[in-house]
Design a protein. Structure first.
Length: 127
C-alpha cells in the first residue's frame, strides 16, 4: 500500500507490527475524520507508533470524561436547586413565576455566588 502521508511515524511499518485490535479500533475512530479507509489506517498506525495501546487509552479517557461531565451536570442542578430552595423558603413558594422582583434579584445574586465557586468552574470546563 502506498503511503498517503509522507514522513508519518509509521512509514514503512507493516500492519503486523501493531496489535490487530488496536488497528481495528483506530480505523473505526479515524473514519470519523476521513472517508478513506487506507488513510484512516495510516493515521491509526502513526498513533500506535506513539503508544501500542493508544486507542484503548483513548477509550478510557473518553469514558472518564463522560463520567466527570455527568457528575458536573448533577452538581449544577443541585446548585440551582439550592438557590430556588433558599429564596423559596422566604418567598413562601418555590415557583419562581410567583416571586416578586426582590425575590428574583435574590435568586440572581445567589446564582452569581454559585458561579464564582470552584464547583461551577468544574462544570464549565466541559462546555
Amino acid at each position: 500500500m502506498e503511503e498517503k502521508i509522507k514522513g508519518g511515524l509509521a512509514e514503512g511499518k507493516k500492519n503486523s507490527d501493531f496489535p490487530k485490535e488496536q488497528i481495528d479500533k483506530g480505523v473505526k475512530i479515524e473514519l470519523e475524520h476521513t472517508s478513506d479507509k487506507n488513510l484512516a489506517k495510516e493515521i491509526a498506525k502513526d498513533h500506535l507508533v506513539e503508544n501500542k495501546q493508544y486507542y484503548s487509552y483513548l477509550a478510557e479517557m473518553e469514558k472518564k470524561m463522560d463520567r466527570e461531565k455527568k457528575e458536573a451536570k448533577k452538581k449544577e442542578k443541585n446548585e440551582y436547586a439550592i438557590c430556588t430552595k433558599s429564596v423559596g423558603q422566604t418567598a413562601g413558594t418555590q415557583e419562581r413565576s410567583k416571586w416578586d422582583d426582590d425575590e428574583k434579584e435574590r435568586y440572581d445574586r445567589c446564582l452569581e455566588k454559585v458561579k464564582k465557586s470552584s464547583i461551577y468552574f468544574d462544570i464549565k470546563k466541559y462546555y
